[in-house]
Write a protein that binds this ligand. Structure first.
Ligand code: TYD
Length: 214
């Protein structure tokens, strides 16, 4: 799609270090003069932050189809309110989770299937697809340990069993294999500065010449 901005999404299991990488990339790309906007899903705008609270709440019963629709609704609002305007204005949007999270967690983890989840997300995103997707690959035990080290109470998704995350992981891997031009898989067991270096390498062909040399 021709648009002045760039949409870079960051994906991976809980505890893979997406937020750390997003913050580091914001600094590194911003220092090269790129107009960065960092967002996260679900969230980024008021309606979607409220949906974030709903889907995280362990006290709620949420049917898998309702869950998929809630994430898609949050995404639709973010796209309309912030993503499209930012991309049209030439911003580089760093987005922590996007459609691939729904394909992996709801399509794979919840076993709704990729086709059904892709269909509702086609409605939600109206053709707004990432220019590049960085998949932070970390084994499930490491991801879990990092979450535990954080010490926060587990949210509704994080309370799932290992079999759920195994399906999420397998779905992510299949997505990356299926779309090699868009995906770059990064080894997220490495220290944060190495993950950042790999991420910058994975974006090299998108960077304007001056920014790539900086
Ligand atoms: P995450 O940003 O990883 O949460 P935190 O900031 O607490 O680390 O995402 C919240 C949870 O929502 C995470 O378990 C993954 C899940 N999720 C889905 O299941 N589907 C989606 O489409 C999205 C965007 C997130």
């Amino acid at each position: 799609m021709q648009r002045p901005g760039r949409l870079i999404t960051i994906e991976g299991l809980d505890g893979s270090g997406k937020t750390t990488l997003a913050a580091a990339l914001e600094g590194a790309l911003g220092a090269r003069g790129l107009p960065i906007l960092r967002l996260r899903e679900p969230g980024g705008v008021a309606l979607s932050e409220r949906i974030r609270a709903l889907v995280a709440d362990p006290a709620l019963t949420v049917d898998p189809r309702a869950e998929a629709l809630l994430f898609a609704a949050a995404r639709a609002q973010l796209r309309a309110e912030v993503l499209e305007p930012a991309l049209a204005a030439g911003r580089w949007v760093l987005l922590d989770r996007y459609v691939d999270s729904s394909l992996a967690y709801q399509g794979g983890g919840r076993e709704l299937g990729l086709d059904a989840v892709a269909a509702i997300n086609a409605l939600a995103t109206a053709g707004c697809t990432p220019d590049r997707t960085l998949l932070l690959r970390v084994d499930r035990a490491t991801g879990r340990r990092r979450l535990e080290d954080r010490g926060d109470a587990a949210d509704r998704m994080e309370r799932e069993q290992d079999a759920f995350f195994a399906r999420v992981e397998a779905a992510y891997d299949a997505l990356a294999v299926g779309e090699p031009a868009r995906f770059r898989v990064l080894d997220a067991h490495q220290p944060p500065d190495r993950v950042l270096a790999d991420a910058l390498g994975a974006l090299g062909d998108l960077l304007p010449d001056a920014a790539a040399e900086a």
